[in-house]
Design a protein around this ligand. Structure first.
Ligand code: MG
Length: 160
């Protein structure tokens, strides 16, 4: 079996003036995340894990933040285009795991909704997508509530 593994990481600062979108889900919170696209930190980490496993570079190269086409872009649409690339390369997702590191808001209540958005896009059953919330125990910029960071791993299989 031809198996590939990828690792993705992303961080976005909190900022005013937009909603908080994580894992394709709008989360009620006073602050959103600053960024060129919709700043969905979890989907960005997942895409980099997928692209790393596929040997297809990273989202900075595919969707440059200097390109007006990606201003406020929905990360779910970017993920769909990454999945299209994987399909063309004959790759399918076996499993994705991820961690959202943030002091607030609590992640766990939103995991089922995130899975409902992400599993169909990734082409996996709900038990093949892990989404876990962790705090940073008050340490550093994340601990002070200035940013959210996400980590993701992806396991892919080459078909045929
Ligand atoms: Mg990002």
């Amino acid at each position: 079996m031809d198996i590939r593994i990828g690792l993705g990481y992303d961080l976005h600062r909190f900022g005013p003036g937009r909603g908080l979108r994580l894992g394709g889900v709008e989360i009620p919170f006073p602050l959103g995340l600053a960024g060129h696209s919709d700043a969905d930190c979890l989907i960005h980490a997942v895409m980099d894990a997928l692209l790393g496993a596929a040997g297809e570079g990273d989202i900075g190269r595919l969707f440059p933040d200097t390109d007006p086409a990606y201003k406020d872009a929905r990360s779910t649409a970017l993920l769909a285009s990454v999945m299209e690339r994987l399909k063309k390369a004959g790759l399918e997702v076996i499993h994705v795991d991820s961690v959202i590191v943030t002091e607030k808001p609590a992640v766990a209540p939103h995991v089922p909704a995130m899975k409902r958005v992400l599993c169909p896009l990734l082409g996996v059953a709900p038990d093949r997508l892990g989404i876990k919330g962790k705090t940073n125990e008050g340490v550093g910029a994340i601990g002070r509530g200035e940013a959210i960071a996400c980590w993701a791993t992806a396991l892919l299989r080459k078909k045929g």
